[in-house]
Design a protein around this ligand. Structure first.
Ligand SMILES: [Zn+2]
Length: 420
């Protein structure tokens, strides 16, 4: 197994900072059981517990107990958080990738690393309280309790407050790693932000993404380069495009949209097709998990048993099943929005290509396979027409993010793309 940071593509600066922090954290551990890390992002004068070893708490180079990883989707926020967690649990250095600490963290089985992955649209307060409570316990491996919160921007307000309380009064050996698109107040509350050190990740360049697809996934260089460009810096998306024929088919269907917009009727048809494709993709991704969860819950509640006890348990279980259905519905909605958003990003890439061609900008196209079509669009629409269409796609994304019904937002976009 290579170094734990090997999969963090194109983020050299962040890796240097995280390694330095992991080394400082190891120094805190060596300094003795009573030492703890500095609280707050620039906390030269705010040492937690007051007895930290002075050598280990240089506030700029050292360790702190709360971090936020920010960056665009696919830049590797959760990859960075997990690698940092491994570096903290590493028994030999700062993420050797070989020791049991690294291995179990990267495999998701380390007893002192908890990962919260929200399945629905938000992380609730109950889940957060339980997590904060467990995070306060002494690490069983004698190092750190690490809590990773993926999509911390999906915390409900109450859950955010529960988390804030834990970050304000951190247990001595607990480290919180939050992942969010940005530190905008819409994503992370200002008070949480003020207690965390921020690690900004950038959109990795296509060449770096292609390199990792070749090295790690054994994909041929030409396919890797095409997929890296088409995925616009999203590492996971690039891998899926390179490997999954279904993903490639869906992308081709999306990129066929501009050609099909020949009238009002065609615009509405294209909107329906896009929405239904997103629904189908989302359904395929969640159905299996839904069925397994329901079966597990029913077994736990005694379904299939005979006798009066089992029947009584089943009646009392109706509420729990209802709760599960609510959670699954929320997860399905999220999956649909994610699928639709991927389609809109592909479409935006097409109109961006048309725009850069109309401007004769020396920029490589996002979609090399539809470059000719984008070139034809550039001639027909000019730069202004291409820009208006690009803006229509971006406005659609923003509207859906702001909770406009997806079908309405997509219909409006298709009409704008047709009319220009
Ligand atoms: Zn290690």
């Amino acid at each position: 197994m290579p170094d734990v940071f090997a999969d963090l593509v194109g983020q050299d600066e962040a890796v240097v900072e995280l390694r330095r922090a992991a080394a400082a954290a190891a120094a805190v551990l060596r300094a003795g059981t009573s030492a703890s890390v500095a609280a707050g992002p620039t906390s030269g004068d705010a040492l937690a517990a007051g007895d930290a070893a002075p050598a280990a708490v240089d506030p700029s180079a050292g360790m702190t107990h709360a971090w936020i990883f920010t960056g665009p989707p696919g830049s590797g926020r959760s990859v960075a958080a997990r690698a940092f967690a491994a570096a903290l649990q590493c028994l030999h250095g700062t993420g050797c990738g070989e020791c049991p600490g690294c291995h179990t963290t990267m495999g998701g089985t380390h007893a002192d690393v908890r990962m919260v992955v929200p399945e629905g649209l938000s992380i609730g307060v109950g889940e957060m309280r339980a997590l904060v409570l467990r995070a306060a316990s002494t690490p069983s491996g004698g190092r750190w309790q690490v809590v990773i919160i993926e999509d911390a921007d999906r915390l409900t307000e109450a859950a955010g407050n529960a988390l804030l309380k834990a970050i304000e009064e951190p247990p001595p050996r607990t480290v919180f790693l939050l992942c969010a698109p940005s530190t905008h107040p819409d994503d992370i509350s200002v008070t949480i932000r003020s207690r965390c050190r921020v690690v900004p990740l950038r959109q990795p360049p296509a060449a770096a993404v292609a390199e990792v697809l070749v090295r790690r996934d054994g994909i041929t260089p030409d396919v890797a380069q095409w997929a890296a460009a088409a995925a616009q810096g999203h590492v996971g998306r690039a891998r899926r495009l390179a490997r999954d024929p279904e993903a490639r088919k869906r992308r081709e269907a999306v990129l066929a949209v501009p050609r099909r917009l020949t009238g009002v009727g065609a615009a509405f048809d294209a909107a329906s097709a896009l929405i239904e494709a997103a629904e189908a993709e989302a359904a395929a991704s969640v159905t299996e998990a839904d069925t397994a969860e329901r079966a597990a819950l029913e077994t736990a509640l005694g379904a299939g048993g005979t006798g009066r006890g089992a029947a009584g348990a089943m009646r009392g279980a109706a509420g729990q099943l209802k709760e599960l259905e609510k959670r699954q519905k929320s997860r399905a909605t999220r999956a649909q929005r994610d699928a639709l958003d991927r389609a809109l990003v592909d479409l935006a890439g097409f109109y961006r290509d048309a725009l850069t061609m109309a401007l004769r900008a020396p920029v490589a196209p996002v979609h090399t396979d539809t470059a000719a079509l984008a070139g034809a669009g550039a001639q027909k629409w000019d730069a202004e027409g291409a820009l208006r269409r690009l803006e229509a796609v971006l406005a659609c994304r923003a509207a859906i993010e702001a909770n406009v019904k997806p079908r309405i937002a997509v219909e409006a976009m298709m009409l704008a793309l047709w009319k220009g």
